[in-house]
Design a protein around this ligand. Structure first.
Ligand code: NAD
Length: 292
C-alpha cells in the first residue's frame, strides 16, 4: 500500500509514540522557512554560487595560517548566511521543542549554526557544527557567548586574534569545512545515534560528513527478534533496532540508499507541526502498514 503524506504523518506520530528513545537530526532545510538559505537546496548558496563553496573550504586553512587575518576578514565581510540575529524560529523548530516538552524527543542533534533551536526552546541540544553565537578556544575547547567579547574593540586596538585565559587562540565556535568536529559533540552524537530506537531526520541533504554518518550508524544497529514463519515455527532473525524517518523537501542519499524507512516529502514547517497535532489528538489509531 502506498501511503500519502497525511498517512505518513500519522504513521510518524505512531512510531514516535511507541519509541522509547527518539532523537531528531536537523540540517539547513529546517531554517529556510526562517529566511536562512541552505547550501544544496534549489535556492541554496552553493547551488547559486559554486565559487562560494570553494571559498568556504579555504576558511579553516586561513585560520590556521593567519588567525589575525581570519578575524579581520570575518569582522569586515558580510556573513554568508545573512543577519542571523534577526532570524526567528519557525513552526518546524517549535514543533521539535514541543516534542521534547511532551517527553517524546530525548535529544536533538543539529548541523545548524543559527541558534534557532535554542531560541525555540530545545534544551537537550547538540550543536554538531557549533553556533555562531559562541566562541571556542582551540586549545582547551572552552566555549563562551560571543556577546561577552568586544571583537570590534580588539580589532581597533590591534589585539586580534582573541586569546583564551589558557593562552589558546580563540575562533568562532562554528566548525569550518576541514576542521575536526569538537570531541564532546562528536562523542555524544555517536552515543545518541547508537542508543536511539527512532531517528527523525529533518531538512538535511545528508551530504556533509561525519554528520551524515550518524543515520548510517543507527542503521547498523541490529537486534535479534523471534519471528513466526508461515509454518508456525519461530526463527530468530536480525532486525533493525532503529526506525529512521526523513522529513525533507526532496529525496536524499539516505532515501535512495534505503537508510531511511520512509520519507515524508514536504516542508518541515508544515509536517512537523502536523505530527505534533496527531500526537496531541491521542489516542493514536491502529498502526498503518507499509511505506512504499
Ligand atoms: P543542505 O543545504 O545540504 O541540504 C538542505 C536540505 O533541506 C535539502 O535537501 C533541501 O531540499 C531541504 N530543504 C530545504 N528547505 C526545506 C524545508 N523547508 N523543508 C524540508 N526540507 C527542506 O544542508 P545540510 O544538509 O544541513 O548541510 C549543509 C551544511 O551547512 C551543514 O553542515 C550546516 O552546518 C551548514 N549550514 C547551516 C545553515 C544554518 O545554520 N541555518 C544554513 C546553511 C548551511
Amino acid at each position: 500500500m502506498r501511503l500519502d503524506t497525511r498517512d505518513l504523518t500519522k504513521k510518524a506520530a505512531q512510531d514516535l509514540e511507541k519509541a522509547k528513545h527518539a532523537i531528531a537530526l536537523t540540517g539547513a532545510g529546517i531554517s529556510t522557512e526562517s529566511g536562512i538559505p541552505d547550501f544544496r537546496g534549489p535556492s541554496g548558496i552553493w547551488t547559486k554560487d559554486p565559487e562560494a563553496e570553494k571559498r568556504a573550504y579555504q576558511r579553516y586553512e586561513r585560520f590556521l595560517e593567519d588567525p589575525k587575518g581570519y578575524w579581520e576578514e570575518r569582522l569586515s565581510a558580510p556573513a554568508l548566511l545573512g543577519d542571523l540575529d534577526k532570524a526567528k524560529p519557525n513552526p518546524g523548530h517549535c514543533a521539535l521543542a514541543e516534542l521534547e516538552n511532551m517527553g517524546i524527543l530525548k535529544c536533538l542533534i543539529t548541523q545548524n549554526i543559527d541558534g534557532l533551536h535554542e531560541k525555540a526552546g530545545s534544551r537537550n541540544l547538540i550543536e554538531y557544527h557549533g553556533s555562531y553565537l559562541k566562541l571556542r578556544c582551540t586549545k582547551c575547547g572552552s566555549r563562551s557567548p560571543i556577546k561577552e567579547m568586544d571583537l570590534e574593540k580588539l580589532k581597533e586596538e590591534e589585539k586580534l586574534p582573541p586569546l583564551c585565559k589558557c593562552g589558546g587562540v580563540i575562533k568562532s565556535d562554528v566548525v569550518h569545512f576541514g576542521e575536526p568536529i569538537p570531541v564532546d559533540g562528536a562523542r555524544n552524537s555517536q552515543e545518541q545515534a547508537w542508543k536511539c530506537d527512532l531517528m527523525l531526520i529533518c531538512g538535511t541533504s545528508a551530504a556533509v560528513y561525519p554528520f551524515a554518518q550518524l543515520p548510517r550508524l543507527a542503521k547498523k544497529h541490529l537486534i535479534e527478534k523471534e519471528i513466526k514463519t508461515e509454518s508456525g515455527l519461530y526463527v530468530v532473525k536480525q532486525v533493525p533496532f532503529t526506525t529512521i524517518i526523513e522529513v525533507n523537501a526532496e529525496p536524499t542519499p539516505l532515501t535512495e540508499a534505503g537508510i531511511s524507512d520512509y520519507l515524508i516529502q514536504g516542508k518541515t514547517g508544515e509536517i512537523l507541526p502536523q505530527i505534533v497535532d496527531e500526537l496531541v489528538k491521542s489516542p493514536i489509531s491502529p498502526p498503518l502498514a507499509g511505506g512504499d
